[in-house]
Design a protein around this ligand. Structure first.
Ligand code: MF3
Ligand code: CO
Ligand code: CO
Length: 251
């Protein structure tokens, strides 16, 4: 069942979304060569707590981190630890916060001193795939229009989309209906309605689409060890264009 949020719930989702986005952006500013992924996790925990929220991830199915930090060929769900970020790395930060019972879920891949134009192109295609998804997230459209926009953006650029993980509805719980695959033909699935809140999250690989879960039970890596990018926004379907909830507030 897809939950339709009331205007009051949407107002709360805006607050959680803003907090998640501000944490994501602050982490992106603090990342740099020599920083460990555990330091980013600590910082995220502090920032979220300072604003009166808590991580939506910590303890979720036993997940041990407050955020996910996935480096290079890691796709998603990288567990923070002693690994030090190096020049040339791409780092996917996934931040989920609970604030007054509602969740904001957002991710972005950031480049740390990347000078390879092909890597820059992969990252920008990931960002564009999310933008294309948001452009299809309009009332009256069908769910798989979003999926198709992501897949075509990736495949036209010569990349593949991860099939084992999907976007999702989000609200009082992190993973609500519907599941949103990042591939497939348009024109299928439920009709999009105002008040639906969805986490759209393309995961795009430079090489092949296959991925594996590592022995830690969480970290997902590309099977061919090629680079992977991940961008995610929590959005609300409106009367016109979707509203991106995971954007920072005015400074
Ligand atoms: N935020 C992830 C998603 O986008 C889920 C993280 S699961 C966790 O759906 F256990 F790592 F928290
Ligand atoms: Co996420
Ligand atoms: Co998500």
């Amino acid at each position: 069942m897809i939950v339709i949020k009331t205007p009051e719930e949407l107002a709360r989702m805006r607050v959680s979304g803003r907090l998640a986005a501000e944490v994501r952006d602050e982490l992106a500013r603090r990342i740099g060569p020599g920083v460990t992924t555990a330091e980013l996790d600590d910082l995220a925990r502090e920032l979220i707590a300072r604003h009166g929220g808590h991580s939506a991830f910590f303890g979720y199915r036993g997940y041990p981190g407050h955020i996910c930090v996935s480096v290079n060929d890691e796709v998603v769900h990288g567990i923070p630890g002693p690994r030090r970020i190096q020049v040339g790395d791409i780092v996917s930060l996934d931040v989920g916060v609970v604030y007054e019972g509602y969740i904001g879920d957002t991710a972005a891949t950031v480049m740390v001193g990347v000078s390879d134009p092909e890597v820059m192109r992969l990252v920008s295609v990931g960002r564009r795939a999310l933008e294309a998804a948001i452009a299809q997230a309009v009332a009256g459209g069908r769910l798989s229009d979003i999926s198709h926009a992501i897949e075509s953006t990736a495949s036209e650029a010569g990349y593949s989309v991860v099939r084992d993980f999907v976007g999702h509805g989000v609200g009082k719980t992190m993973h609500e209906d519907p599941q949103i695959p990042n591939f497939g033909p348009p024109g299928h699935g439920p009709r999009l309605k105002p008040g639906m809140t969805l986490a759209l999250e393309p995961m795009i690989n430079r090489g092949r689409f296959e991925v594996d879960v590592m022995p830690d039970g969480w970290t997902v890596r590309t099977r061919d060890r090629g680079l992977s990018v991940h961008f995610e926004h929590t959005i609300a379907i409106g009367e016109g264009a979707a509203e991106v909830l995971t954007c920072p507030g005015p400074k």
